[in-house]
Write a protein that binds this ligand. Structure first.
Ligand code: G7M
Length: 330
């Protein structure tokens, strides 16, 4: 049987994430957050739901908006994938309740021990209007952004700082948060980056592997800022990212999807590494640009992303969409 569990360098207790402690999360926001993996009183037991932002039965995820101690909060609850190495234990310690039986077919409700019923919980608190909107199910619209649109609509929008705060990114780069999660770092100020698990990944199985590489350089907002000058940085991320993932998770580059988002949610350059075959949110053609393609495009035209027209979806309540509408571009 293939070993699909994640290789760990630390004990499993230590890597257990507990996102759902309000006090800890606030400390994380400010100081970077120690105490990861520690269990404490469940502060979410007092969570009061105001509304359901989205439900996805297939992905077994629900996103709720509510209050934690009078502050707006977004809570994302997700059932976690199975890990092959725990299956024997799951069967041993469980009870089975028969639902129906017909010929050779039967269905049951299996009650596994609580340990195997973990729910990945992500808390954003205090959540802003932007967070609440981000997680709300909304209709999307395709936008065509010419070079001029970028300069007159998108860039002023980004510079207006109406986009999401980059505090969490700076915390990672300055080693104030998620330090123990760093998988690899190249400290070079021009070509270096930090590779670590995206917070969507619980790191328990490689089937849904999701890492992000955050560049040390502070002045690259997105794909639009990239020119041939950045090729050494991009090639470095691709090569060292792939090498590290092979060494650490035994996943060869032929199993990896490496890409950038346009538009990203956070305007500090970062690259996504996800496992091929895992339908990662945001890996579709309308938003993901393969890093290998980006490198080739810049090799053939150093100003490729400065000049070309870009296409991407924006959601109904996205402020950038309003800007495109106001400019008569939609
Ligand atoms: O390209 P885009 O900006 O959409 O992607 C940002 C990525 O950063 C997403 O895949 C998020 O799941 C991930 N992410 C967002 N936050 C706030 C965090 C965080 O605090 N820690 C980590 N490790 N990943 C995050």
């Amino acid at each position: 049987m293939a070993d699909t569990t994640v290789k760990r360098e630390r004990g499993s207790e230590e890597t257990n994430e507990l996102h759902c402690e309000v006090k800890k999360t606030k400390v994380d926001d400010n100081n970077g957050g120690d105490g990861v993996g520690a269990k404490s009183q469940n502060a979410l037991s007092g969570f009061k739901t105001s509304n359901v932002l989205s439900v996805n039965a297939r992905e077994k995820r629900i996103v709720l908006h509510g209050k934690v101690a009078d502050e707006d909060a977004v809570v994302i609850l997700e059932k976690t994938p199975f890990t092959e190495d725990t299956m024997d234990q799951v069967f041993k310690g469980s009870t089975l309740k028969l639902d129906m039986k017909n010929y050779i077919y039967s269905t049951y409700q299996l009650q596994a021990s609580p340990h195997y019923n973990e729910i990945k919980t992500t808390l954003v608190c205090p959540a802003t209007e932007k967070h609440i909107s981000k997680y709300k199910h909304q209709e999307s619209f395709f936008v065509e952004e010419t070079k001029k649109d970028y300069e007159t609509i998108t860039l002023p929008f980004i510079e207006d700082q109406t986009t999401f705060s980059l505090e969490w990114v700076y915390n990672i780069l300055q080693k104030k948060a998620e330090v123990e999660r760093i998988v690899y770092e190249d400290p070079d100020p021009d070509t270096g980056f930090i590779l670590l698990p995206d917070f969507k990944w619980n790191q328990k199985q490689v089937d849904d592997l999701y890492l992000i590489a955050i560049v040390h350089r502070m002045n690259i907002r997105s794909l639009r800022d990239l020119t041939a000058e950045h090729l050494p940085l991009l090639v470095n991320i691709l090569q060292k990212g792939q090498m590290t993932i092979l060494e650490r998770y035994s996943l060869p580059s032929s199993k990896l999807r490496v890409y950038l988002h346009y538009q990203p949610s956070y305007y500090h350059l970062h690259v996504h590494f996800t496992k091929l075959g895992y339908d990662a949110p945001g890996c579709g053609v309308e938003r993901a640009h393969l890093l290998s393609d980006v490198i080739q495009n810049l090799q053939s035209d150093p100003q490729y992303y400065k000049n070309r027209t870009m296409y991407f979806p924006l959601r109904e309540e996205d402020k950038l969409l309003s800007k495109f509408k106001e400019a008569g571009r939609l």
